[in-house]
Write a protein that binds this ligand. Sequence first.
Ligand code: SF4
Length: 232
Amino acid sequence: MNHVLGCSHGCLYPCYAYLQKKRFGDVTSYKDWCEPALVENTLELLDEELPKLKDRIQMLHLCFTTDPFMYQYKEIQDMSFAAIRKINDAGVKCSVLTKGILPIELAQLSKDNEYGITLISTNEAFRKRMEPGSAPWKKRLAALRNLHNAGCKTWVSIEPFPTPNIVRQDLQALLKEVSFVDRIIFGRMNYSKEVTAYTENRPFFNTKAKEVISFCNEHGISYHIKKGTITR
Ligand code: SF4
């Protein structure tokens, strides 16, 4: 479910959703993309669609082409919360992914929901450079940990993971920070000239994916390695 056009986080990997929306003329520029437009009748649309579709939905994901808990956009956060509650009331569980702050009140909703953050680095200067409008990574992670401590299912998306010519970092340190979660998704960075310029990118991603798998096996965390991350 994507109930917002645009995203103020303005990720510069670049953001695939931005590239698609620009290509199809939904937004005209990066500046336009970073000024989000909320679908104001989201709850009314859910009232119409949920009765028709709920029996066919295993899990509803928020969001693929925007961010449901956009940092410092209370109107969007409130709408997302209300939407999740409505979806749960229809008997459908939600999966949520954000680079903002997950509110602790989510713990009052269905315990079948799965709450996730994207975290590709523990380097705050890199976060500011690549995800300029997003929440600082420590705040993002603290909110996720609070939900975990409140008994919620949590997960982390380590995607798009960058190559060392973009940022030098210790994947093990990042994994230790997120070792409380139930599931880790790991995927390589795509659509970047810098990644292509790093000639060792394939062996690099193969090695890092193996590190993630070993860490998850050691800590009893389920994992998924995104297609194309491990290559021969
Ligand atoms: S948070 Fe997601 S949708 Fe928003 S700009 Fe970043 S990658 Fe794009």
